[in-house]
Design a protein around this ligand. Structure first.
Ligand code: SAM
Length: 314
């Protein structure tokens, strides 16, 4: 098989796996070293099979990706640990916080000076399961104490492979009850787009070896007559929260909607619902199994496990 590739300069290159060019015949070598880090795992493997130097670079890139799921975006590396099979890491585009495209603008916000936001209107809670934090338009600045969930993940974490559940997120330190752990970051999608994607993901999942990370959360408005549905898809773009597995007993995390002042849509944030020991897996409840009793099998291992993974009706 001959792979025809295009270097960034637009030079078409023919690479035959059985006829390797000499190193000095590779004027495009440098370009490849810029391209390789952007390739998906299958494309990286394919490029690695063409010559020794690319193979060495690909190994280096694989090791770097496996050493930190966040690619340097968080304050601590979040390594992939796999004692189960040979999958070195999961590939996705890292985004440490959800899209801020829903902000009302820079004019909305508190006027507190020097980060003293205790008791300011931005810090007032808005009900059970809801919190408010200062936003982009607030004068207090990034050092303000009312921005607990805005500095990336709140604990040391690692991504650990399980033979039946795939990757899972574990804590690498003790986490006290109530502490912020991480935001569920991803693409905000409309209800229609969420339904379309869920149908597509269902089909892919029926073929095995695919799992998605589209989370649907319903926020009941204070009147309780209406509810706002938030769909966040971390399947392609997201942060390490996409690795949090389900537990039928509710797990050790509480999902809280956090609304930044001036932002229309809340962010979804996980807090420890109890003390969590170092090495424990982080889990939460994906929802009600009764919505879809024919869902995939659940392997949460909790004593009250329903045997079925809750999933959204498509
Ligand atoms: C948001 S992802 C979690 C990360 C996922 N394990 C991975 O490897 O990327 C959700 C998927 O994880 C798997 N999963 C999560 N909790 C599970 C459980 N309790 N039992 C079995 N599979 C689970 C299912 O494949 C589900 O579709």
């Amino acid at each position: 098989m001959v792979a025809k590739e295009l270097s960034p300069e637009g030079i078409a290159l023919s690479m035959h796996p059985n006829k390797q060019p000499k190193e000095e015949e590779l004027p495009w070598k440098l370009s490849w070293h810029l391209i390789l880090p952007r390739l998906s795992p299958p494309d990286l493997a394919s490029a690695a099979s063409t010559c020794r130097s690319l193979n060495d670079s690909a190994k280096f890139i694989t090791a770097a990706r496996a050493s930190d799921a966040s690619g340097g975006s968080e304050s601590h590396p979040i390594p992939f640990i796999n004692a189960v099979d040979r999958v070195p890491y999961a590939h996705f585009t890292y985004s440490s916080s959800a899209d801020a495209a829903f902000d009302l603008g820079f004019d909305v916000g508190c006027r507190c000076e020097g980060g003293a936001c205790e008791g300011c209107a931005c810090a007032e809670g808005v009900g059970f399961g809801l919190r408010r934090e200062c936003g982009r338009g607030c004068r207090c600045g990034s050092g303000c104490g009312n921005r607990e969930t805005q500095g990336g993940v709140g604990a040391r974490l690692r991504v650990v492979r399980d033979p039946r559940k795939g990757w899972g997120l574990h804590v690498a330190e003790f986490v006290r009850e109530g502490r912020f752990v991480c935001e569920y970051s991803g693409e905000y999608v409309t209800n229609e787009e969420a339904k379309r994607r869920l149908t597509e993901y269902d089909e892919l999942m029926s073929g095995g070896r695919f799992s998605h990370a589209l989370l649907v959360v319903r926020e009941h408005l204070p009147s309780r007559r209406a509810c706002l549905r938030v769909n966040i898809d971390a399947t392609r773009i997201g942060n390490v929260a996409r690795f949090i597995n389900h537990s039928c007993d509710g797990g050790n995390l509480t999902l809280i909607l956090v609304r930044n002042t001036g932002s229309l849509i809340p962010r979804l944030c996980f807090f420890a619902s109890r003390d969590i020991k170092e090495g424990e897996e982080l889990t939460f409840s994906y929802g009600d199994v009764r919505l879809r009793p024919d869902g995939p099998p659940c392997y949460c291992g909790s004593t009250g496990c329903f045997g079925v993974l809750p999933s959204e009706q498509t």
